[in-house]
Structures are given as C-alpha cells and as structure tokens.
Design a protein around this ligand. Structure first.
Ligand code: ADP
Ligand code: MG
Length: 318
C-alpha cells in the first residue's frame, strides 16, 4: 500500500480497536480465505469454573454426579481405592495448587468454595498440554487428560463414560488418579463469548472458511464448535502446544491463506506462521508480539473488521 493508504487504513483500524503492524498486513488481510480460531480465551471467555466432580465409585449414581451434590454414600464395595467426591476434589485441587493454568485455578477455587482444606504438594510437575503430576499427602496424584494417563500407564477406561458425558456438554473433563489408579473425574467449563456465533456467521457469509484449533479433546471441541456454528469437520482438537504451528502449516499447505486468531502463549508460533496472525488484546504479550494484528477489545466480531478495513484501504488506492 502507498504510505497515504497505509495511514488511512491504520487510522481507520485504530478507531475500530484494530492495530495493524504495518502496511503489508493491511494489504494482506483482504486476501485471507480461512479463519482459524483458537478455542479457549478466543471463542470462549477462558474464565473457567469447576462444574462437576465425579467419584468413580459413584458412577452408578448419576443423580449425585450430575447435581454436583456431596457424594452419595456409594454402597457398592470395590476392590479399588474408594474416594468420595470431596476426597477426589481435595486431592485434585492440592495437586493443581501450584499450576497457573486456568483449568487448575478453577479446580482450586471450586475446592475452596466447598470449604475443603488443601494440602501443600511435596512435589509438583506441570506437563504442558496434558496436566499435572504432584505428590500430595505421600500419594502420587495425576490430574489431566487421557494422554497424561496413557503416558503414565494408567488405564482410563473406568472413567470413560463419565468423561464422555461431560465432554458432550462442552466441558473439559480431567481424570484424577492416585498412586496409578483412576479415582475420579473433575470438569471445568467456560462460557462461549456473546459475539462468537455472530462473528463466525459473518465470516462465513463473506465466503470464508472458519476453523477451530484447540488442545482440548475432540468431543468438547465439537460441542463448542456446534454452539458457534463451526463445521465439525473444521475442528482440529487435541493439538499439543508445540504442534499448533504445524497444524496451521498443514492447513495452509493446500494454498489457503489463513488468519489465525488466538490469545495464548500456546498460540504464538501459529500466529507467526499464519498468513495473518491476529492476537486478542487481552491475551498474553507473547501472542501479541508474534501477531500481525492486535484486537484491542475482547470481541471476536472485530476479526470481521480486520478484513473489512483491509478491503476499504485497498479500495482507496485504486
Ligand atoms: P488449550 O489449547 O485449550 O489452551 P492446553 O494446551 O493448555 O489447552 O491443554 C490441553 C489439555 O491438557 C487441556 O484441555 C487439559 O485436558 C489438559 N491440561 C493442561 N493443563 C492442565 C492442568 N493444569 N490440569 C489438568 N489438565 C490440564
Ligand atoms: Mg487460548
């Protein structure tokens, strides 16, 4: 773009809360044919709350688990470790105490709200994209996804039906194990942003393909995709933080010009690889640094503005 057009476009952008890092980007954004949204913190608020605690001994007792009430007195005697809901939650929250992940913080807050007293873990390890491992009250506690359990040779099948039920509700379900045994499931949920569905629809109306990429599991991802109007075939789930950029490259390998929209540290490499990287301004500095465009507000509808402003700027040149 000419310096004059760049100035017009930048000013128009700034007025609309959209910051372009230079004239090239202003010019490029109009050619985007695919928009890839990160899920957590981008299409959703990222503010997690603990919604469910399932003690596996209670799994027969759906009513108790659904209501999130205190554990019903599980009658069946199992050979396995038997923990009630409060015990499951207390161990999970103690293990997550030192984690800064939003999923972890919601678990800790949920436990505190229920008046549970947490222990200080004697050891703690964060496993990116999978969960945490901690020593709590001399027991080894894992909290995380199926991948974490599989990597630690724990059989997650006992918890599978509870996990699936929660995931179909769009929640992020996490397994809790104690000394190598699955003892429970905890679930967090966050809220889809008010304008996410409108933004997706507006982009689709312009003929753009809209996709979603997330480290969360397939079922949860699809439930959220459905809520915002993204085709389930356009969902890339279970993508490890270090693999997000590869996933973007794969999407672009067919000649697509993709805009990645994200907020997290995890998204930075993908934002850098994308034809246009757009960071949500409330996101992390690392994401903003890696991006070409920053949205000053938290509103997915501003993604449509990025493209419209680019078109308007280029129209002025001709
Ligand atoms: P996202 O891409 O949605 O921000 P992450 O890559 O951080 O997600 O994590 C992917 C998955 O790994 C989560 O959905 C969760 O199942 C698991 N996970 C990550 N961190 C934690 C944690 N601290 N506790 C439990 N599970 C976790
Ligand atoms: Mg995110």
């Amino acid at each position: 773009a000419t310096p004059a057009a760049t100035m017009v476009g930048s000013t128009l952008g700034a007025k609309n809360g959209v910051l372009f890092k230079g004239g090239d980007i202003l010019e490029r954004a109009k050619d985007v044919d695919t928009v890839v949204f990160d899920k957590t913190g981008t299409l959703t608020t990222g503010e997690m709350t603990l919604t469910d605690v399932v003690a596996l001994e209670d799994e027969g007792n759906r009513a108790a688990a659904d209501g999130g009430d205190a554990a019903a007195d599980g009658g069946a005697v199992a050979a396995r470790t038997r923990l009630d809901q409060d015990a499951v939650l207390r161990l999970a929250a103690s293990a997550e105490r030192d984690s800064e992940h939003p999923l972890a913080q919601a678990i800790v807050e949920g436990a505190e709200e229920r008046g549970l007293e947490l222990s200080d873990p004697d050891s703690f390890e964060n496993v990116p994209g999978q969960g945490v491992r901690a020593t709590v009250d001399d027991r080894e506690v894992l909290v995380g996804n199926r991948r974490l359990l599989e990597a630690n040779d724990v059989d997650p099948s006992l918890a599978e039906s509870a996990m699936e039920r929660l995931e179909r509700e769009g929640k992020t379900a996490m397994l809790v194990t104690v000394d190598g045994e699955a003892v429970g499931v905890v679930a967090d949920a966050d809220t889809v942003k008010e304008s996410s569905a409108e933004a997706v629809a507006a982009l689709q109306e312009r003929g753009l393909d809209v996709m979603m990429i997330t480290g969360d599991n397939e079922r949860t991802a699809r439930a959220v995709a459905e809520r915002v109007g993204i085709d389930p075939d356009n969902v890339r789930a279970g993508v490890l933080p270090e693999d997000k950029a590869d996933a973007l490259e794969e999407i672009q390998s067919t000649g697509r010009k993709a805009m990645m929209v994200g907020d997290g540290v995890n998204d930075a490499p993908a934002l850098a690889v994308a034809y246009v990287g757009t960071a949500i301004g409330s996101g992390t500095d690392v994401a903003i640094e890696a991006a070409d465009v920053t949205l000053m507000r938290d509103d997915p509808l501003d993604v449509v503005k990025v493209i419209r402003i680019s078109e308007a700027t280029l129209a002025k040149i001709k």
